[in-house]
Design a protein around this ligand. Structure first.
Ligand code: AMP
Length: 177
């Protein structure tokens, strides 16, 4: 068992990088959390704490930093890992979902056979900002007939009201700003 960590310890390790990738954005850099063995293990412990191993069929992670946490959570929960990727990256048959960005739009995709109807899914990403990315991922999971049991984020930027796009879901974030 990893040593338990507190959300405050995780928050202290998250590095704020001003004006990345463009002016005005304060990027939340989670690489210091990943590099610390105790913090990384403790983060996965916190993300998965509501579920017993075997109670989740698949942990769905969102491209790209979400993969890191979702894959680790999946092994802990004895669940499969399923990637939601940016358009054009998955090699097999996909379904896609478009969503709006501040300027323009983006598309995410999932393999058509990645989930079965009725599968119990934990959806994971590193950060909830405006909620567009996570909402698009929920649409893909729903189109495949699976059930989202919870949506977990390491970080939530509350002032962007991303939860408004995820109404009806159980949402948990470890660190909020
Ligand atoms: P959104 O669709 O607006 O909720 O954006 C969420 C996605 O963008 C997540 O996958 C994050 O990895 C990334 N993201 C948005 N804002 C930030 C930020 N300030 N720092 C780090 N990643 C961010």
């Amino acid at each position: 068992m990893p040593a338990s960590v507190t959300p405050q310890e995780i928050e202290h390790a998250i590095r704020n990088v001003p004006d990345f990738p463009k002016p005005g954005i304060q990027f939340k850099d989670i690489t210091p959390v990943l590099a610390d063995a105790r913090l990384f293990a403790g983060t996965i412990e916190l993300l998965t704490k509501n579920f017993a191993p075997g109670s989740i069929d698949a942990v769905v992670g969102i491209d790209a930093r979400g993969f890191i946490f979702a894959a680790a959570a999946a092994t802990r929960l004895h669940a499969g890992f399923v990637p939601v990727r940016k358009k054009g990256k998955l090699p097999y048959q996909t379904i896609e979902e478009d969503y709006a960005l501040e300027y323009g739009h983006a598309t995410v995709a999932i393999h058509t056979d990645a989930l079965k109807p009725g599968d119990r899914v934990l959806l994971v990403d590193d950060l909830l900002a405006t909620g567009g990315t996570a909402a698009a991922a929920t649409s893909l999971v729903k189109k495949l007939g699976a059930e989202i049991v919870e949506i977990n984020f390491l970080i939530e930027l509350k002032f962007l009201n991303g939860r408004d796009k995820l109404k009806g879901y159980s949402i948990r974030s470890l660190v909020t700003y």
